[in-house]
Design a protein around this ligand. Sequence first.
Ligand code: NDP
Length: 252
Amino acid sequence: MTDVFTPAVANKVVLITGASSGLGEASAELLAAQGAKIVAVARRAERLQALVERIQANGGQATFALADVTDKAQVAASVAHAISHFGRLDVMVNNAGLMAIAPMSECRTDEWDRMIDINIKGVLYGIAAALPVFQAQQSGHFINVASVAGIKVFSPGGTVYSGTKFAVRAISDGLRHEVGGAIRTTTILPGAVASELKYGSGHSESAAFVQAFYQQNEIPADSVARAIAFAIAQPADVDINEIVLRPTVQEF
Ligand code: NDP
Protein backbone atom coordinates (compact mmCIF):
# COMPACT_ATOMS: atom_id res chain seq x y z
CA MET A 1 0.00 0.00 0.00
CA THR A 2 2.95 2.37 0.39
CA ASP A 3 3.22 2.72 -3.39
CA VAL A 4 -0.12 4.56 -3.60
CA PHE A 5 0.25 6.55 -0.37
CA THR A 6 -0.68 10.18 -1.16
CA PRO A 7 0.36 12.84 1.38
CA ALA A 8 -2.51 15.18 0.42
CA VAL A 9 -5.08 12.45 1.16
CA ALA A 10 -3.32 10.77 4.09
CA ASN A 11 -4.89 11.24 7.52
CA LYS A 12 -8.00 12.94 6.16
CA VAL A 13 -11.14 11.57 7.80
CA VAL A 14 -13.49 10.63 4.95
CA LEU A 15 -17.10 9.55 5.55
CA ILE A 16 -18.66 7.76 2.57
CA THR A 17 -22.37 6.98 2.39
CA GLY A 18 -23.26 3.95 0.28
CA ALA A 19 -19.91 2.36 1.09
CA SER A 20 -21.24 -1.21 1.15
CA SER A 21 -20.97 -1.67 -2.63
CA GLY A 22 -20.05 -0.10 -5.95
CA LEU A 23 -18.45 3.33 -6.14
CA GLY A 24 -18.56 3.94 -2.41
CA GLU A 25 -16.83 0.67 -1.59
CA ALA A 26 -14.17 1.20 -4.28
CA SER A 27 -13.58 4.76 -3.07
CA ALA A 28 -13.20 3.58 0.53
CA GLU A 29 -10.56 1.05 -0.50
CA LEU A 30 -8.58 3.43 -2.72
CA LEU A 31 -8.64 6.33 -0.26
CA ALA A 32 -7.67 4.05 2.61
CA ALA A 33 -4.72 2.81 0.54
CA GLN A 34 -3.72 6.47 0.12
CA GLY A 35 -3.73 6.90 3.90
CA ALA A 36 -7.21 8.34 4.52
CA LYS A 37 -9.20 7.32 7.61
CA ILE A 38 -12.48 5.89 6.37
CA VAL A 39 -15.92 6.00 7.96
CA ALA A 40 -18.01 3.60 5.87
CA VAL A 41 -21.77 4.19 6.06
CA ALA A 42 -24.70 2.17 4.66
CA ARG A 43 -27.42 -0.23 5.90
CA ARG A 44 -25.79 -3.65 5.33
CA ALA A 45 -23.63 -4.34 8.37
CA GLU A 46 -21.96 -7.49 7.03
CA ARG A 47 -20.74 -5.75 3.89
CA LEU A 48 -19.40 -2.80 5.88
CA GLN A 49 -17.73 -5.07 8.43
CA ALA A 50 -16.01 -7.02 5.62
CA LEU A 51 -14.85 -3.75 4.00
CA VAL A 52 -13.40 -2.45 7.26
CA GLU A 53 -11.61 -5.75 7.87
CA ARG A 54 -10.13 -5.70 4.34
CA ILE A 55 -8.89 -2.13 4.78
CA GLN A 56 -7.38 -2.94 8.16
CA ALA A 57 -5.75 -6.12 6.83
CA ASN A 58 -4.04 -3.93 4.21
CA GLY A 59 -2.71 -1.62 6.93
CA GLY A 60 -5.38 1.09 6.57
CA GLN A 61 -7.70 2.70 9.09
CA ALA A 62 -11.48 2.38 8.92
CA THR A 63 -14.63 2.12 10.97
CA PHE A 64 -18.26 1.80 9.99
CA ALA A 65 -21.61 3.21 11.04
CA LEU A 66 -25.01 1.87 10.07
CA ALA A 67 -27.33 4.53 8.72
CA ASP A 68 -30.29 4.84 6.41
CA VAL A 69 -29.68 8.14 4.62
CA THR A 70 -33.42 8.82 4.48
CA ASP A 71 -33.34 9.25 8.26
CA LYS A 72 -31.64 12.51 9.21
CA ALA A 73 -30.98 11.43 12.81
CA GLN A 74 -29.12 8.33 11.56
CA VAL A 75 -27.04 10.41 9.16
CA ALA A 76 -26.20 12.86 11.97
CA ALA A 77 -25.25 9.90 14.19
CA SER A 78 -22.83 8.64 11.52
CA VAL A 79 -21.07 12.02 11.46
CA ALA A 80 -20.97 11.96 15.27
CA HIS A 81 -19.41 8.49 15.05
CA ALA A 82 -16.70 9.83 12.71
CA ILE A 83 -15.82 12.54 15.19
CA SER A 84 -15.87 10.31 18.26
CA HIS A 85 -13.74 7.68 16.48
CA PHE A 86 -11.27 9.82 14.52
CA GLY A 87 -11.63 13.25 16.20
CA ARG A 88 -12.72 15.22 13.14
CA LEU A 89 -14.33 15.02 9.70
CA ASP A 90 -12.57 16.30 6.60
CA VAL A 91 -14.59 14.92 3.68
CA MET A 92 -18.27 14.01 3.43
CA VAL A 93 -18.98 11.86 0.37
CA ASN A 94 -22.73 11.84 -0.25
CA ASN A 95 -22.84 8.83 -2.53
CA ALA A 96 -25.73 6.51 -1.52
CA GLY A 97 -28.21 6.24 -4.36
CA LEU A 98 -30.97 4.28 -6.09
CA MET A 99 -31.78 4.07 -9.81
CA ALA A 100 -35.27 2.65 -10.37
CA ILE A 101 -35.90 2.94 -14.09
CA ALA A 102 -39.47 2.71 -15.46
CA PRO A 103 -41.65 4.67 -17.89
CA MET A 104 -43.44 7.66 -16.38
CA SER A 105 -46.75 6.14 -17.53
CA GLU A 106 -46.24 3.35 -14.96
CA CYS A 107 -46.66 5.99 -12.24
CA ARG A 108 -44.50 4.04 -9.78
CA THR A 109 -44.91 6.63 -7.06
CA ASP A 110 -43.34 4.42 -4.39
CA GLU A 111 -40.13 4.24 -6.45
CA TRP A 112 -40.27 7.97 -7.11
CA ASP A 113 -40.52 8.54 -3.36
CA ARG A 114 -37.57 6.19 -2.68
CA MET A 115 -35.34 7.92 -5.24
CA ILE A 116 -36.26 11.37 -3.97
CA ASP A 117 -35.69 10.28 -0.36
CA ILE A 118 -32.34 8.57 -0.97
CA ASN A 119 -30.85 10.59 -3.84
CA ILE A 120 -31.96 14.09 -2.84
CA LYS A 121 -32.92 14.10 0.83
CA GLY A 122 -30.05 11.74 1.67
CA VAL A 123 -27.61 14.26 0.21
CA LEU A 124 -29.30 17.13 2.06
CA TYR A 125 -29.17 15.24 5.36
CA GLY A 126 -25.47 14.58 4.75
CA ILE A 127 -24.92 18.28 4.18
CA ALA A 128 -26.92 19.19 7.29
CA ALA A 129 -24.92 16.77 9.42
CA ALA A 130 -21.45 17.78 8.18
CA LEU A 131 -21.80 21.51 7.49
CA PRO A 132 -21.76 22.68 11.14
CA VAL A 133 -18.65 20.55 11.69
CA PHE A 134 -16.93 22.03 8.63
CA GLN A 135 -17.91 25.57 9.65
CA ALA A 136 -16.53 25.07 13.17
CA GLN A 137 -13.29 23.63 11.74
CA GLN A 138 -13.17 26.29 9.00
CA SER A 139 -12.35 23.46 6.61
CA GLY A 140 -14.10 20.55 4.95
CA HIS A 141 -15.00 19.05 1.60
CA PHE A 142 -18.36 17.86 0.29
CA ILE A 143 -18.28 15.35 -2.54
CA ASN A 144 -21.75 14.74 -3.93
CA VAL A 145 -22.29 11.96 -6.44
CA ALA A 146 -24.71 12.98 -9.21
CA SER A 147 -24.59 11.36 -12.69
CA VAL A 148 -24.41 12.16 -16.38
CA ALA A 149 -28.19 11.74 -15.98
CA GLY A 150 -27.91 15.02 -14.05
CA ILE A 151 -26.68 16.75 -17.22
CA LYS A 152 -29.02 15.22 -19.79
CA VAL A 153 -32.45 13.71 -19.08
CA PHE A 154 -32.23 9.91 -19.22
CA SER A 155 -35.56 9.39 -20.98
CA PRO A 156 -37.61 7.32 -21.44
CA GLY A 157 -37.38 5.48 -18.14
CA GLY A 158 -34.89 7.49 -16.17
CA THR A 159 -36.84 10.74 -15.94
CA VAL A 160 -37.32 10.76 -12.18
CA TYR A 161 -33.79 9.43 -11.55
CA SER A 162 -32.49 12.25 -13.76
CA GLY A 163 -34.63 14.71 -11.82
CA THR A 164 -32.96 13.63 -8.59
CA LYS A 165 -29.49 13.97 -10.13
CA PHE A 166 -30.27 17.41 -11.62
CA ALA A 167 -31.26 18.32 -8.05
CA VAL A 168 -27.96 17.02 -6.62
CA ARG A 169 -26.07 19.12 -9.15
CA ALA A 170 -28.10 22.24 -8.34
CA ILE A 171 -27.79 21.73 -4.59
CA SER A 172 -24.04 21.16 -4.88
CA ASP A 173 -23.46 24.30 -6.90
CA GLY A 174 -25.62 26.41 -4.58
CA LEU A 175 -23.83 24.96 -1.58
CA ARG A 176 -20.45 25.81 -3.10
CA HIS A 177 -21.64 29.35 -3.75
CA GLU A 178 -23.05 29.81 -0.26
CA VAL A 179 -20.41 28.20 1.93
CA GLY A 180 -17.28 28.48 -0.21
CA GLY A 181 -14.22 30.15 1.19
CA ALA A 182 -12.90 27.48 3.46
CA ILE A 183 -15.25 24.65 2.44
CA ARG A 184 -14.91 22.81 -0.88
CA THR A 185 -17.72 21.23 -2.88
CA THR A 186 -17.21 18.72 -5.68
CA THR A 187 -19.90 17.09 -7.79
CA ILE A 188 -19.00 13.79 -9.47
CA LEU A 189 -21.03 12.96 -12.60
CA PRO A 190 -20.25 9.43 -13.78
CA GLY A 191 -21.54 7.48 -16.76
CA ALA A 192 -22.07 3.71 -16.58
CA VAL A 193 -19.97 2.14 -13.85
CA ALA A 194 -20.01 -1.47 -12.65
CA SER A 195 -21.96 -1.73 -9.38
CA GLU A 196 -25.30 -2.97 -8.05
CA LEU A 197 -27.07 0.18 -9.27
CA LYS A 198 -28.20 -1.47 -12.52
CA TYR A 199 -30.35 -3.91 -10.51
CA GLY A 200 -32.52 -1.15 -9.01
CA SER A 201 -35.34 -1.32 -11.57
CA GLY A 202 -38.48 -3.26 -10.67
CA HIS A 203 -39.95 -2.82 -14.18
CA SER A 204 -38.79 -5.88 -16.12
CA GLU A 205 -38.45 -4.30 -19.61
CA SER A 206 -36.55 -1.33 -18.23
CA ALA A 207 -34.36 -3.63 -16.11
CA ALA A 208 -33.45 -5.68 -19.20
CA PHE A 209 -32.61 -2.51 -21.15
CA VAL A 210 -30.48 -1.08 -18.34
CA GLN A 211 -28.57 -4.31 -17.81
CA ALA A 212 -27.85 -4.68 -21.55
CA PHE A 213 -26.68 -1.05 -21.66
CA TYR A 214 -24.36 -1.60 -18.71
CA GLN A 215 -23.01 -4.83 -20.18
CA GLN A 216 -21.92 -2.90 -23.27
CA ASN A 217 -20.64 0.21 -21.55
CA GLU A 218 -19.68 -0.11 -17.90
CA ILE A 219 -16.22 0.63 -16.54
CA PRO A 220 -14.87 -0.49 -13.14
CA ALA A 221 -15.90 1.36 -9.99
CA ASP A 222 -12.34 2.38 -9.19
CA SER A 223 -12.53 4.82 -12.12
CA VAL A 224 -14.81 6.96 -9.95
CA ALA A 225 -12.69 6.30 -6.87
CA ARG A 226 -9.69 7.82 -8.68
CA ALA A 227 -11.71 10.92 -9.60
CA ILE A 228 -12.76 11.36 -5.96
CA ALA A 229 -9.17 10.89 -4.79
CA PHE A 230 -8.01 13.50 -7.34
CA ALA A 231 -10.47 16.08 -5.99
CA ILE A 232 -9.46 15.42 -2.38
CA ALA A 233 -5.74 15.51 -3.19
CA GLN A 234 -5.80 19.11 -4.47
CA PRO A 235 -4.35 21.82 -2.25
CA ALA A 236 -6.90 23.48 0.07
CA ASP A 237 -7.15 26.57 -2.16
CA VAL A 238 -8.22 24.50 -5.19
CA ASP A 239 -11.83 23.31 -5.38
CA ILE A 240 -12.53 20.86 -8.19
CA ASN A 241 -16.19 21.79 -8.73
CA GLU A 242 -17.31 19.09 -11.14
CA ILE A 243 -15.89 15.94 -12.66
CA VAL A 244 -17.76 14.28 -15.54
CA LEU A 245 -16.45 10.87 -16.50
CA ARG A 246 -17.90 8.37 -18.93
CA PRO A 247 -16.79 5.07 -20.35
CA THR A 248 -14.98 5.95 -23.58
CA VAL A 249 -17.54 3.89 -25.53
CA GLN A 250 -20.59 5.48 -23.91
CA GLU A 251 -22.56 7.88 -26.11
CA PHE A 252 -25.24 9.11 -23.62
P1 NDP B 1 -24.75 0.49 -5.70
O1 NDP B 1 -26.17 0.05 -5.81
O2 NDP B 1 -23.69 -0.52 -5.90
O3 NDP B 1 -24.50 1.21 -4.31
C1 NDP B 1 -25.48 2.00 -3.70
C2 NDP B 1 -25.06 2.21 -2.26
O4 NDP B 1 -26.03 3.06 -1.64
C3 NDP B 1 -25.00 0.92 -1.47
O5 NDP B 1 -23.85 0.94 -0.66
C4 NDP B 1 -26.25 0.97 -0.62
O6 NDP B 1 -25.97 0.33 0.62
C5 NDP B 1 -26.41 2.45 -0.42
N1 NDP B 1 -27.77 2.84 -0.10
C6 NDP B 1 -28.88 2.68 -0.87
N2 NDP B 1 -29.95 3.13 -0.21
C7 NDP B 1 -29.51 3.57 1.00
C8 NDP B 1 -30.14 4.13 2.13
N3 NDP B 1 -31.46 4.34 2.18
N4 NDP B 1 -29.39 4.47 3.20
C9 NDP B 1 -28.06 4.25 3.18
N5 NDP B 1 -27.40 3.73 2.13
C10 NDP B 1 -28.13 3.39 1.06
O7 NDP B 1 -24.61 1.67 -6.76
P2 NDP B 1 -23.41 2.67 -7.13
O8 NDP B 1 -22.20 2.40 -6.37
O9 NDP B 1 -23.34 2.67 -8.59
O10 NDP B 1 -24.07 4.05 -6.69
C11 NDP B 1 -23.42 5.03 -5.92
C12 NDP B 1 -23.85 6.40 -6.44
O11 NDP B 1 -23.33 6.58 -7.75
C13 NDP B 1 -25.35 6.60 -6.54
O12 NDP B 1 -25.69 7.90 -6.09
C14 NDP B 1 -25.61 6.48 -8.03
O13 NDP B 1 -26.77 7.17 -8.43
C15 NDP B 1 -24.34 7.11 -8.56
N6 NDP B 1 -24.04 6.80 -9.95
C16 NDP B 1 -23.76 5.52 -10.31
C17 NDP B 1 -23.52 5.23 -11.64
C18 NDP B 1 -23.30 3.84 -12.11
O14 NDP B 1 -23.35 3.61 -13.34
N7 NDP B 1 -23.04 2.88 -11.24
C19 NDP B 1 -23.50 6.28 -12.66
C20 NDP B 1 -23.77 7.59 -12.15
C21 NDP B 1 -24.02 7.83 -10.85
P3 NDP B 1 -27.00 -0.48 1.55
O15 NDP B 1 -27.94 -1.19 0.63
O16 NDP B 1 -26.10 -1.40 2.32
O17 NDP B 1 -27.64 0.55 2.41
